[in-house]
Ligand binder design. Structure first.
Ligand SMILES: [Zn+2]
Ligand SMILES: [Zn+2]
Length: 464
């Protein structure tokens, strides 16, 4: 999920574009529920101690993995890999969680992932920006019948963690409060499990994407690096505190919304408030735009598109009797509809110009386009739903509503069909914390659920 900038969104003040900010009701339960005495617990601590990263091991000592909610569902090589490695999966997540890195600064995470992937003979390549990586599994000597991509985002948020966990962030002002530590862990687990498959009917491309929490997002870096070249279909998932652990939500069609940032700066020669007719009355002009632009948009855009402009910041002036020379207003402009999104920028420009034309002020409109909506392809979503059923059982399949937040996975779906899922991370007991809250945490049983989901999504799509 994406926030507007790198200055540290406060999840309580609505400054984030994250779709989970728009949760309509309190989310359910959600404390960590690591099963300490479950199968798949043999072996030593996690692999952190012997990797080449400078990230110090924090999560060592994890000797048991989370309970595998779909143990024995197969295929046999996947069951075997999970049983042998569940404790490592848990250690990975805690290690990444303890060492969060902000968008486009994920150097240690990238190095650590590279170590893990190369340790099983895979050959990841780092993206040109130095963070994030691509890695192919499967036939390399000839063009495979098809290539399917699996994507995880690896960046953390600029906020201070308040979970009190043993493996809480060791980095001040950075925290994995959006669950990207889980996404990264899940994709790594899927990769290492797939690497043990005796046969793959095609190629799987792993995309460990940087900078999801920025606008317009690291997905564009992946695309620029040719990350989708040859890819037929792409899948991804995101933690969802509204869904119980063990379930995976899917939805065909729009899943998230487009979100843009608007900033309008006004200028005037200023003057005495007793003579507003002799200058551009800047505060009045700001007020005109603040109320007028949302109103006009509601009459120029199809209301079915769910287009909403909401201002989040405004400032101008100090003295009660002086018309200021400068002022600004900032807000977010969201829409659920892909076509509407493409038409908003010139429309906003037209309306602002029309509103301000009689008022004698200058303006500078900065319309920062964010991300398109995630629009899940229907066939890819069918494949994903089938994969969830195969991987976890019918009871694991659930639906999910379209949200009003942004997610840069939408950029991939502008190029290839695919589907993005919601991974349940909420326990049966306790009170769940929302994404982007400093106290956000997840039920770690979701990690293995995620691994099985991603592996089966790839297998199902390759066999399609
Ligand atoms: Zn997020
Ligand atoms: Zn996120």
């Amino acid at each position: 999920m994406t926030v507007l900038d790198s200055r540290g969104p406060d999840p309580r003040n609505g400054s984030s574009l994250d779709d989970q900010e728009t949760v309509e009701r309190p989310v359910g339960a959600g404390a960590v529920a690591v099963e300490e005495n479950e199968p798949g617990v043999s072996g030593s601590a996690g692999p952190e101690a012997d990797n080449g990263s400078t990230m110090s091991p924090v999560a060592s000592g994890v000797e048991s993995g989370p309970r595998d909610l779909a143990a024995g569902r197969g295929p046999a090589w996947l069951d075997a890999w999970i049983e042998a490695n569940a404790h490592r999966v848990l250690a990975w997540r805690r290690h990444i969680h303890a060492h969060p890195e902000l968008s486009r600064a994920e150097y240690e995470t990238t190095a650590w992932l590279t170590e893990q992937l190369t340790s099983v003979g895979l050959r990841p390549r780092t993206l040109p920006g130095g963070t994030g990586l691509l890695c192919d599994i499967g036939p390399e000597t000839h063009q495979p019948r098809r290539t399917v991509a699996l994507r995880a985002d690896i960046d953390a948020l600029p906020l201070a963690e308040e979970t009190g966990l043993d493996f809480a962030s060791t980095v001040g002002g950075a925290a994995h409060a959006c669950g990207h530590d889980a996404h990264t862990t899940i994709l790594l687990g899927a990769a290492l499990a797939l690497a043990t498959a005796p046969h793959l009917p095609g190629r799987v491309r792993l995309i460990f994407q940087p900078a999801e929490e920025t606008m317009p997002g690291g997905a564009l870096d992946v695309l620029a690096a040719g990350g989708l070249d040859g890819v037929e279909r792409i899948f991804g998932l995101h933690c969802d505190p509204r869904i119980p652990v063990g379930q995976v939500g899917t939805r065909a069609g729009p899943l998230t919304s487009a979100a843009d940032l608007l900033e309008l700066r006004l200028s005037s020669s200023g003057g005495h408030t007793s003579r507003p007719h002799l200058t551009g009355d800047l505060v009045h002009a700001l007020g005109t735009v603040i109320t007028g632009l949302p109103t006009l948009l509601s009459r120029r855009v199809d209301p079915r598109s769910g287009t909403v402009l909401a201002w989040g910041a405004v400032h101008a002036g100090e003295a009660p009797n002086a018309i200021p020379q400068h002022g600004f207003v900032r807000g977010t402009l969201r829409t659920r509809d892909r076509e509407t999104w493409s038409e908003l920028e010139p429309l906003v420009e037209e309306l602002v110009q029309g509103l301000l034309a009689p008022l004698g002020v200058g303006y500078d409109l900065h319309h920062r386009r964010g991300v398109p909506p995630v629009v899940n392809d229907s066939h890819s979503t069918e494949l994903l739903r089938a994969a969830v059923g195969t991987a976890l059982g019918e009871q694991a399949r659930t639906g999910t509503p379209q949200s009003s937040g942004g997610e840069d996975f939408g950029w991939y779906l502008e190029h290839v069909p695919g589907s993005f899922a919601r991974l349940g991370v909420t326990s049966d007991a306790g009170e769940a914390k929302d994404l982007h809250q400093p106290s956000f945490d997840l039920d770690e049983r979701a990690l293995l659920v995620g691994v099985r989901t991603m592996v089966h999504a790839a297998l199902t799509a390759l066999d399609d």
